[in-house]
Design a protein around this ligand. Structure first.
Ligand SMILES: NC(=O)c1ccc[n+]([C@@H]2O[C@H](COP(=O)([O-])OP(=O)(O)OC[C@H]3O[C@@H](n4cnc5c(N)ncnc54)[C@H](O)[C@@H]3O)[C@@H](O)[C@H]2O)c1
Length: 314
């Protein structure tokens, strides 16, 4: 059976770029983008698009039958900073959208699921440097609790019902095409915009807060490559640690100054500092590299060059 893809949450920061790459890889007619919002963007204009609510099982089932979907990429969620403002709704959206898709796979209606987890599954008691795949996990945010629970359920559905679900713990993702959706690592996108517009930036994290980050092209590459890998290579069915670069606000500011010497940064930490302090500073992703051949392409300097170049054109 040929691959027919449904992306749920396609208008978000990741979905926008994932949709374009999946359309280019599998053909426009084999990719159905969907979101609760219908925006005036390439996701909606450049291929099949449907409005769907990820909390509505029947709507998702209908789309799966209508387009004979084989693979679902579930990107709809409330992110870390937004989730703290609306814990009950974040739990509802992040968990029940996942259950719907897992149950559709259990019922044999789809063959493969991609569901993203996050470095937010770790918590203040986790070793912060080079955080291992298997370690203490006591997340202290609603978002982290929902992602860790989601991981447990993914593994359970795989072991008990043979559901082919694949997952990555994304670090903070950096891209220039669409704005971030309310996460704790959003500063690392915003800083490039402000560097070009105002030559100065006030950071909501303190200068030495190290966090794992990744350029979006690497994240999309990882997402498609874990989905294309033979099933037997995906040995971890909770979620894989995934890493590219780690840096502090001070370090990213230094890399920007190499391009914009007059750029200045100051620091005004807010509630997101506590979230960042509970997360790893760097990640050990050796299982992803060994099991399915993960390799990143972008370090911080390359990312800064590409971000500044593209945002300047934009
Ligand atoms: N961006 C990051 O840095 C990052 C890091 C780790 C994990 N993740 C995970 O990756 C996934 C995608 O993240 P993102 O940054 O693209 O998020 P985003 O907030 O930019 O996009 C989410 C999309 O889902 C849509 N959506 C929300 N509720 C919906 C519903 N009920 N039905 C259908 N669509 C709905 C939104 O309209 C939005 O377009 C999420 O699961 C997120 O937790 C992201």
């Amino acid at each position: 059976m040929s691959t027919k893809i449904l992306i749920i949450g396609a208008c978000g920061q990741i979905g926008t770029e994932l949709t374009a790459k999946l359309r280019a890889t599998y053909g426009v007619d084999n990719v159905v983008a969907s979101d609760i919002r219908k925006l005036e963007n390439d996701v909606v204009k450049n291929g099949i698009f449907e409005v769907v609510n990820a909390l509505d099982y029947n709507q998702i089932e209908h789309l799966i039958e209508k387009y004979q979907i084989t693979d679902v990429y579930l990107m709809a969620a409330l992110l870390s900073a937004t989730a703290e403002k609306n814990p009950a709704f974040a739990w509802d959206l992040n968990m029940n959208s996942l259950f719907h898709v897992l149950n559709l796979a259990k019922a044999g209606k789809i063959q493969k699921i991609f569901w993203p987890s996050s470095i937010a599954v770790f918590g203040p008691t986790t070793p912060r440097d080079n955080t291992p795949q298997y370690t203490v996990m006591e997340p202290s945010t609603v978002y982290g609790i929902s992602k860790q629970s989601g991981e447990r359920w993914c593994e359970y559905y795989n072991k008990q019902y043979g559901v082919d679900v694949r997952s990555i713990r994304y670090p903070g993702l950096i891209s220039w095409t669409s704005p971030p959706g309310g996460g704790t690592t959003d500063y690392a996108v915003d800083i490039y915009y402000k560097a070009l517009e105002d030559k100065k930036f006030t950071c909501f994290l303190s200068e030495n807060t190290g966090l794992p980050m990744m350029y979006m092209d690497d994240a999309i590459k990882a997402t498609i490559s874990i989905m294309q890998a033979p099933a037997e290579k995906i040995k971890i069915r909770s979620s894989y640690n995934l890493s590219a670069v780690s840096f502090t606000p001070k370090e990213i500011a230094e890399s920007i100054k190499k391009h914009i010497p007059e750029f200045t940064i100051d620091y005004a930490p807010d509630f997101r500092q506590a979230i960042a302090d509970s997360w790893p500073a760097s990640i050990d992703d050796s299982y992803a590299r060994t099991d399915w051949g993960w390799q990143h392409d972008f370090d911080m300097e390359r990312m800064t060059s590409v971000m500044l170049e593209n945002l300047a054109k934009k």
